[in-house]
Design a binder for this molecule. Sequence first.
Ligand code: 3PG
Length: 392
Amino acid sequence: WKTLDDMDLDGKTVLTRVDINVPVENGRVTDATRLERIKPTIDAILAAGGKPLLLAHFGRPKGKVVDAMSLRQVVPALQQATGHTVQFIETLEGAEEPTAEAKAAEVLLLENIRFHPGEEANDAEFAARLAGLGDVYCNDAFSAAHRAHASTEALARHLPACAGRLMQAELSALEAALATPERPVVAVVGGSKVSSKLDLLGNLVEKVDKLVIGGGMANTFLAAQGLSVGKSLCEHDMADTARQIMVKAGGAGCEILLPADVVVAEEFRAGAAHRTVPAHACPDDAMILDAGPQAVARITAALDTARTLIWNGPLGAFEIEPFDAATNAAAGHAAKRSRDGHLTSVAGGGDTVAALNQAGAAEDFTYISTAGGAFLEWMEGKTLPGVAALGG
Ligand code: 3PG
């Protein structure tokens, strides 16, 4: 695919699809990471003499104007994160007939693109209307690239199209981790449900050397091996599927690491009385809430010989102490190996970044993706419409 460097941007309006779908509480942005990560793209467009007109969604308003989902509330944090003044444009008509103020502004931001039904419908006419607002299309929203929407997909067919800096960085980090990695490759997959990560597990066992399974989904695998998991979160109906994944892993030469010991408690509560037992000895009235120290030792040993790590999902109930211990210890070890230059570590998806931040490990990871669902779909081996539309 083309990058900003391949395009003539001088004097051009660059329709720039960004993902600024950030968490907001009481009108304030609580995590500005996605805003900070689009700065290189905005800077590059400005430096080349172009004017970025940012297109973005916020929440899921389903084609209607929902005041609570206005992108206006993101403007102050966006200005702070990028260091540029941002002129907010309330309507598409306003973008079609810009005011003198908008013409003079450095960066423009159009109101939530999902207020228009044509966006999620990937409507060709709507995309053509958007195309009329600018000269060049730049997609910098990797984290929305799993959606085939007008501003992420169809628009690429209407204008000269290229990938932004964040899109480029995301794709090259993910490729380095899964497509052309240095071996051995270890993947850590945690989280609560096997059912939501079936495609991920199925693809990873074919591509990585070791797969660490943690969190609630490990319980399903333990149960599939005939172990009793007491009151633990467990998808008993997924036992056959879990066994099939283990068979597939065996055939592909991928070693699956399940916890040899587990931390159990009788209630799901911070500070609940707990103890460590072998994985085969979970009492009937207890639930598994974390991996135990032996399990952590096996994970850190695997990381000691690994050259590449893919991390998705916490190993235990990391949101309540002390059941964050395995996640913290394994993430801390991965961070150290990365810092010392032994490991290329890539993390992304859902709760992952929060867990790594909480573990104080995120900074030392080689690459932290801004993507949730798109990270998973890419790791599942799926084609992302927003990437495909760029010809990549
Ligand atoms: C995200 O936050 O993962 C992206 O912005 C995509 O949002 P969506 O799941 O509402 O499409």
